[in-house]
Design a protein around this ligand. Structure first.
Ligand code: C5P
Length: 236
């Protein structure tokens, strides 16, 4: 299965993003475009980054009625992204509609990944605000199984949850894990962090790394270090 390091391009504008990517020269890392950048720069940023030869994870976390999600996914699939996502909370009908919308006339489609429980959701918030009883881990495993049965390829989850998801859904079900830090770098606002090497050990398929690379003095060197630790090679 493909494993890769995805750089979270959490920048406020097209200019700042392209200036950052220019620093990579001929190296073309997999990049994540989230809500901030997409809302600021629109589909043009996706087209421009794609044109430059990068793979793209479009992290927009869709959640709406099935028909609306299906139509939105069909637009995203025409943007030729490599991976996108939605909230498993939307239920199996929404997830199945998303797959339909995402599938191109030739049968191909980007990887579709579900968000289970946001890592910012505590047990208290889940039980008392959302009125979902039980433990977060059990809900994460159950939502991951729903996503798998709806035909999705995997989930975004904390490194801690990756093992739980693999047990519930099997090895081939993709885990995409943020919250990655080098052993000697700051945790910033992340609470449960893991090194790239540890993420490899627990079976993460893709790691999403933002500030340890975007804020590094030499982003290319930080990216290469990440690849070495996670993939066990400097090959890019
Ligand atoms: O800078 P940092 O490495 O913390 O960035 C992590 C990226 O992963 C950010 O884009 C953040 O929004 C995203 N993310 C996360 N935790 C989640 C889901 C997404 O950190 N549970």
């Amino acid at each position: 299965m493909a494993k890769d390091v995805i750089i979270a391009c959490d920048f406020p504008s097209m200019e700042a993003t392209l200036e950052f990517l220019d620093r990579f020269g001929d190296t073309k890392p997999y990049v994540k475009i989230g809500m901030e950048l997409f809302y600021a720069a629109g589909p043009e940023i996706v087209k421009e980054i794609k044109k430059r030869g990068h793979k793209i994870f479009l992290d927009l976390k869709l959640c709406d009625i099935p028909n609306t999600v299906k139509s939105a996914m069909s637009v995203l699939s025409q943007l030729d992204v490599d991976m996108t996502n939605l909230h498993a909370f939307g239920g199996h009908k929404m997830m199945e509609a998303a797959i339909e919308g995402l599938t191109r006339p030739d049968g191909t489609r980007p990887l579709l990944i579900a968000v289970t429980m946001l890592t910012s959701t505590s047990k208290e918030l889940m039980n008392e605000d959302l009125l979902i009883p039980g433990e977060v881990d059990a809900v994460v495993a159950s939502y991951a199984k729903n996503a798998q049965m709806s035909g999705l390829d995997g989930v975004v989850c904390s490194p801690r949850e990756a093992a739980i998801v693999k047990i519930a859904c099997g090895d081939k079900f993709v885990t995409v894990t943020p919250g990655i830090r080098f052993a000697d770098s700051a945790a910033d606002d992340q609470v449960r962090v893991m090194t790239p090497a540890k993420a490899r050990e627990i079976g993460s398929d893709y790691i999403v790394v933002g500030r340890p690379i975007t804020k590094a003095e030499d982003p290319l060197a930080a990216y290469e270090r990440c690849c070495r630790e996670f993939l066990g090679t400097a090959e890019l």
